[in-house]
Design a protein around this ligand. Sequence first.
Ligand code: BJ8
Length: 424
Amino acid sequence: MADYRKMWEDLGMDVETHDMLCEVLPQAFGDVYLSQDDRPEGMDYYNMVVAEIHGIRPAELIEAQKEGKKVFGTFCVYVPDEIVFAAGAIATGLCGGSQFRVPGGEKVLPTNTCPLIKASVGARLDRTCPFFRIADMYIGETTCDGKKKAWEILAADVPMHVMDLPQMKRVKDVNAWAEEIVEFKRVVEEFTGNEVSAESLADAIRLINGKRRALARLYEFRKNENVPISGRDVLLISQIAFYDDPERFTQMTNQLCDELKKRVAGGVSVCRKGSKRIMLTGTPMAIPNWKLHQIIETSGGIVVCEETCTGTRYFENLVEENETTVADQINALAERYMNINCACFTPNLGRVDDILRLAKEYNVDGIIDVNLKFCNLYDTEGYLVEKAMREAGIPVLGLETDYTDSDAQQLRTRVSAFIEMLNN
Ligand code: BJ8
């Protein structure tokens, strides 16, 4: 890896603590990823991105800042990146998926906060993540209670704008979200000094739709009987999608898809015949949270779909590309984003419909409904999801976990028993 110490120091990072993180990541990555046989060659790009995750992209963002561009950090798939790119700025994901940063979050947050929030706050306050240092402004949203309060703590440290996400899906709620996007546009324009025009917004809509199309194409290959790419690899790609330059990401993912097409034609499969096809549903898995995929795929299963925000909720549904005025484009954005089915909505029956549809499309043998510890929203909704799956005759296992390894053995036992049950 190139030496980025000077860059990290200039960002005001705690380089010594960060060194400790850099020491453990390659080992974890090697165990989960490099141990796999017969990976597509196109994964080399994503391996390289992870190997230099705190180097290459942060350096690009800093270069962009030197040219006068602003960087916006986001935490949720409801925030429309299109507005940011249309203003000549850059959006990057900021969610925390590492246990390393959880204790930093616990210094200021209640212990019974979900690890994703604790890791995110810890990453900022402990100064161990370049992305959290680089972002000029954070964009929060009113999804769950833990996040809402976390924004107030982060706002004392960094400029923050919070988008008020409605929690129902009536016409007036979609209209309210469109108004929030108008307000977001105003904030972004003011902060960047650049106007969002119908032309620049149309370009940005096409740019982000391109990323969605590439991910949708990637997922299509997992519907085959012979699965040409592991769930672990697809998870990694989805996680990188939040950070990478969207144009390059789209290009590299489409290139990988070309390779997968050949693999499918050649009957290549990354798993043994008879491996059980598993869909994961529930809370997102931010990088480097690969725990459950690793357990499932080393216990006789293959993950063929994720109904999560690091899965289908991120890329399904495109924004209409043919609108010609900013007002109509914003309405199109509101429509598309309000189609995402997060558990923060009530009722959220669309999510159950999504899971039933995906179970069919990906021909799954069983569903694992996963909840990040202390996420009350998904935990509570899990009751309705699991009930609906049982009624539809789809085997389902509900699991709760966090970022530690302390439950890995117990999870493996439960996952193995579930897959064994699917075999009988
Ligand atoms: S759209 S899932 S990215 S809110 S896991 S922080 S909900 S307590 S991450 Fe999410 Fe947007 Fe919804 Fe997706 Fe809170 Fe639950 Fe933690 Fe969560």
